[in-house]
Write a protein that binds this ligand. Structure first.
Ligand SMILES: C[S@@+](CC[C@H](N)C(=O)[O-])C[C@H]1O[C@@H](n2cnc3c(N)ncnc32)[C@H](O)[C@@H]1O
Length: 351
């Protein structure tokens, strides 16, 4: 129901998250600019680009509120942020900065201490993505991850993640089955933010999550167990080889994974999403915007992969995931952009 006070509270809440990001980002961006290796001068964000960004961010927040108002998820979900974690981790993030910058300066991109077991993972994964200490492979990295993402996206990571919910629910509703009989998998679930949103939108569905990182799965389990409702079933697995039988799920989602995969792995993961979906099931992918449909934001995308260690992002920016979805067998492929994120929705055809 329309409620101006709740909407005002939501805008204020988002602004407070965005302040956390901006304050930190201004400082850290300046420092990164001084310290991170560059091929020359980087241009700052022009005033024109900044106003485009602000307008695009406001559209995202309006969509987020409108979907909650329409009952896609409860209004309370708009305020679901791990504040306690964020406040606790903020000093730790700063304490970790000097070693992060040092690693970036020295171009050490696969820097793990000897306690981290790296040999059971694909080589493309054994990286300090974003120059992150421990890559995705330590408890410390899992603790800091949500805060880092909040800062990177100016507090809009969850509004962007929630964009998967409307198309997913539409796809599931088309199957006309009781919610308790539906199975939904979140591939590369990380610390479980998307599963929290899925739980709020689909309170009685059976939820599953996989990720390669045991540390991130432990963190996800901890955060998800704070919520009422059945705990999603979490499994460690490479998304290229999902440990489920053919046609097991009615819905599959994946958020912020594809830009961190090399091209063939992207195709392998899409093929697996197709395999584990039943005929008529829906896949919803969410990742960064791409150069092919957001040329106005290209300077940001270039800055992103140059400044942070994102070895596959440059190829991802131009990669045609619609073509990949089509190659796997998906039909009714649709895309949409939401601030810094892009959504792909597709259906497995009924034979
Ligand atoms: C940028 S994070 C996104 C996490 C989460 N989906 C989110 O929205 O915050 C990328 C995640 O993908 C996982 N990942 C990367 N490659 C993977 C693979 N081949 N199989 C499974 N998980 C993978 C990482 O461990 C990490 O948790």
């Amino acid at each position: 129901m329309a409620d101006p006070i709740t909407k005002f509270a939501y805008q204020t809440f988002q602004q407070s998250k965005s302040l956390l990001g901006l304050t930190h980002k201004n400082l850290s961006t300046q420092l990164m600019r001084l310290l991170a290796p560059t091929n020359g001068e980087r241009e700052g964000i022009s005033p024109a680009l900044m106003s485009q960004l602000q307008a695009s961010m406001q559209v995202l927040l309006d969509e987020d509120y409108a979907d909650a108002e329409a009952g896609v998820y409860p209004l309370s979900q708009l305020f679901d942020t791990p504040w306690q974690d964020i406040v606790q981790q903020y000093p730790r993030l700063w304490l970790d900065m000097p070693s992060t910058w040092q690693r970036a300066r020295e171009k050490r991109y696969q820097d793990f201490d000897e306690t981290v077991e790296t040999d059971r993972y694909p080589s493309y994964y054994v990286q300090n993505f974003h120059h992150q200490t421990g890559g995705y492979l330590t408890e410390e990295s899992a603790e800091l991850y949500d805060l880092q993402v909040e800062i990177l996206f100016n507090g809009t990571a969850d509004p962007m993640r929630r964009r998967i919910l409307r198309p997913l629910k539409q796809g599931l509703q088309a199957l006309a089955r009781p919610e308790k009989d539906l199975r939904v998998l979140d591939v590369a679930c990380g610390t479980g933010r998307t599963l929290r949103h899925l739980r709020s939108a689909l309170p009685s569905a059976n939820l599953y999550g996989t990720d390669l990182s045991p540390a991130y799965l432990r963190k996800a389990n901890q955060l998800l167990s704070e919520r009422p409702g059945e705990l999603p079933q979490l499994l460690q697995a490479n998304a290229e080889e999902l440990p489920y039988q053919d046609g097991f799920f009615q819905g599959v989602t994946s958020v912020f994974l594809f830009h961190e995969l090399p091209p063939q792995a992207r195709q392998n993961v899409i093929n697996e999403c197709f395999r584990v979906l039943e005929a008529g099931g829906t896949v919803v992918l969410n990742d960064s915007i791409q150069a092919i449909d957001s040329p106005e934001f290209r300077p940001l995308m270039d800055g992103f992969y140059q400044m942070f260690h994102e070895p596959y992002y440059r190829h991802y920016m131009e990669d045609d995931l619609c073509d990949r979805l089509g190659q796997a067998g998906f039909v009714d492929i649709q895309t949409s952009n939401h601030f810094m994120s892009k959504i792909w929705v597709a259906r497995k055809p009924i034979a």
